[in-house]
Design a protein around this ligand. Structure first.
Ligand SMILES: [Zn+2]
Length: 681
């Protein structure tokens, strides 16, 4: 009785939800094709809340006995096919393959599958929801959705018709659908597959890890090898190629146990949704107050931010240029626009690697997708044979793809092998990586290749001491040019920002760091550094998360200035042998730097004041790479004075206003529309 009522409820639901009409349309497609299949596959969209509202028992069935619920819909649909003559070729109910696609699950703890908990319940064969980050995907292979078998005894009535139709059910392996030891129920002869009716579908296997597991990549794992347990997800048919490495997803699926060479719990996915990071609605009161106090200037707020940032690691006032660049790089990491390449790669030249390492580690920890590349693994994707014996090749993410929409901190640049550095250079230039899958090696006839976009900024440093120890000083360095001959010049060029960060430089005296460290050691709880108490790490996390999600646009003035500076700079850095030293990516970096400075100021409009900071930072970096030119920028141009109080900030504003005038003069002299050099472009 209850089964009949359930079928009735299923029909009412199909009718009300529009599912029936969709089913009829799908049938029409099959009918028109005139092609006979072993099974006909239909997706039915189910909103569990609506079904529960309509008829609780059916709702309960869908959530807790999905395979049985599918059977209810299967017979309802079969009746519909027969009474409305929807598919002429279809003969038996078993030929209908119903897949119930859930819109969501009740938001109750019993429906959540925590990837960190053990053991996973795979016996109840019901729906769970889980969340995780993709760390590996396989190539797409085929699986059998359904097959028709016939009795081998021609005298047996089951040697014809569709008595024996086998359909893939969640969690089943290929051998459950197709094998050669099935027997006829009627005469016990062996069954043989009628191959021309076989229906194939697409299959892909994805590995995910709990979001929390990403923390293993943050902090100080150094060269300690580590591994974490991943969970395998089976994607079939319309779900194939819907998940990308590095993204976080919510997955509704049925946990099952797959027995191959080893026994493993896998999830048969039903539906997947991409997760977006939560954007905070605002910033902390302290920052809000600071922002309003500095609203008269376009430069003060970011200067104070740089000054107080990470004040428990380096004393306020030191490494301000680097800290400003780190903050700017951090706010340029967002998933808001897949098309634009907002990245800001930073290469630091330093003799103080310990402090720099600490500072960078702290900075990437402010972000969910900040990855510190562990030396024991690969930066870029690697290939392996898929352990489920499906013939598919598994592509493991590597640090760069895991750092999607974030930062990939790869440590000391000189610690990487030459071939890896060449790979890095090509990735920095193209912002993508192509993985070649040799068919021969993985038992396939054809070679394949897959290309992944690399959507993260790279941070790295070069140890100046070891560089000069191992290399004799170059004699022909130009004024302002940095000697970093340890690293291939081409690679240095591909980093958007090159920063010289040495205590010996005039703006970073040794003394404050020593004093800072001593004070901290004597009284770790002491209030020596007011700033770190007033602006906590959480405040910075919130500020950065808010800033990076701001949409910014250029003012006309800023746009003109950025193009003017770019073209002028190209001109003066052109020589007759090698052409211009500025590539097209220089403009991209200038745009990114200007946007970053506006965002860090929590502004939606990029102003010419932002372009000035971008130009100064970029010119400083160019000077280190190629030496100074007529647009002469001091190494400490962005922070000419130490920032202690309002008066110094005021002086800095005056100084920057002067720089702005110089920049405008430079553009007027060498920029577009002027004919200084006639044979350069
Ligand atoms: Zn038989």
């Amino acid at each position: 009785m209850s089964n009949l009522k359930m079928k009735e409820a299923a029909l009412i639901y199909l009718d009300r939800s529009g599912g029936l009409q969709k089913f009829i349309d799908d049938c029409k497609y099959y009918n028109d094709s005139k092609q006979s299949y072993a099974v006909y596959r239909f997706n039915i969209l189910i909103n569990p809340s609506d079904v529960v509202e309509l008829y609780a028992e059916l709702g309960n069935h869908i959530l807790h006995h999905p395979l049985k619920a599918a059977q209810v819909f299967q017979s309802v649909c079969f009746i519909a096919v027969k009474t409305l003559s929807l598919i002429g070729q279809l003969q038996t109910e078993t030929q209908i393959n119903i897949v119930l696609k859930l819109t969501h699950l009740p938001s109750l703890p019993s429906y959540c599958l925590d990837l960190c908990e053990f053991p996973v319940d795979y016996t109840s064969q019901r729906f769970y929801i889980m969340q995780g980050i993709v760390i590996a995907i396989t190539t797409v292979t085929k699986y059998t959705q359904g097959a028709r078998f016939l009795c081998s005894d021609e005298a047996c009535p089951f040697s014809k018709g569709f008595q024996y139709v086998r359909v893939h059910v969640p969690g089943a392996t290929e051998s459950a659908t197709i094998r050669n030891d099935f027997l006829c129920n009627l005469c016990s002869s062996s069954l043989q597959e009628d191959r021309k009716f076989r229906v194939l579908g697409d299959k892909q296997i994805v590995e995910i890890i709990a979001t929390e597991a990403l923390h293993a990549f943050q902090g100080y794992s150094k060269n300690q090898p580590f591994r974490f347990q991943s969970l395998t997800i089976f994607l079939r048919d319309e779900l194939v190629n819907k998940m990308n490495i590095g993204n976080e997803y919510k997955i509704i699926g049925i946990p099952t146990c797959v027995k191959t060479s080893q026994t493993a719990v896998c999830i048969e996915a039903n539906s997947i949704t991409l997760c977006h990071l939560k954007v905070p609605s605002g910033i902390s009161d302290n920052f809000r107050c600071l922002l309003s106090l500095t609203s008269s200037s376009c430069w003060k707020f970011t200067a104070i931010l740089a000054n107080i940032f990470a004040s428990h690691i380096v004393p306020p006032g030191t490494y301000n240029l680097l800290k400003l660049c780190l903050l700017m790089s951090l706010v340029q990491t967002s998933d808001r626009n897949k098309e634009s390449e907002d990245c800001l790669d930073i290469l630091i030249i330093t003799s103080d690697t310990l402090l720099i390492d600490r500072l960078l580690n702290f900075s990437i920890n402010l972000f969910p997708h900040g990855i510190r590349h562990p030396g024991s693994t690969e930066i870029f994707p690697t290939l392996s044979r898929n352990k489920y014996g499906t013939g598919a090749v598994s592509i493991q993410a590597g640090s760069a793809l895991l750092a999607k929409d974030g930062i990939c901190f790869i440590g000391d640049l000189s610690s990487h092998k030459k071939d890896k550095l060449e790979q890095l250079q090509s990735v920095l230039e193209s912002r993508s990586i192509t993985v070649y899958i040799p068919g021969k090696k993985f038992g396939d006839d054809i070679d394949q290749q897959m290309t992944f976009p690399v959507q993260c900024s790279f941070w790295s440093f070069v140890d100046m001491d070891s560089s000069s120890r191992r290399n004799t000083q170059k004699n022909n360095t130009l004024i302002g040019q940095m000697d970093c001959s340890l690293i291939p010049a081409n690679l240095v060029e591909t980093f958007g920002l090159l920063i010289n960060c040495n205590e010996s430089s005039p703006c970073h005296p040794h003394f404050p760091t020593v004093q800072h460290t001593l004070k901290k050691a004597i009284d770790p709880e002491g209030l020596f550094y007011f700033a770190s108490k007033q602006f906590t790490t959480e405040d910075f996390e919130k500020l950065l998360a808010f800033a990076k999600n701001l949409d910014v646009e250029f003012s006309l003035e800023a746009e003109r200035m950025i193009h003017g500076y770019y073209l002028a700079s190209r001109r003066i850095r052109t020589d007759f042998i090698y052409g211009s030293k500025l590539s097209a990516s220089a403009l991209k970096y200038l745009v990114s730097l200007s946007e970053a400075h506006a965002r860090l100021n929590l502004r939606n409009k990029v102003l010419k004041e932002d372009v000035l900071i971008a130009a100064l930072l970029f010119e400083t970096s160019l000077t280190l790479k190629y030496g100074a030119t007529v647009f002469c920028v001091a190494p400490n141009a962005v922070f000419p004075f130490e920032l202690y109080n309002e008066e110094y900030l005021q002086q800095r504003d005056l100084y920057l206003t002067q720089c702005q005038k110089q920049l405008q003069q430079f553009i007027a002299t060498y920029g577009p529309g002027t004919a200084v050099f006639t044979n350069d472009e």
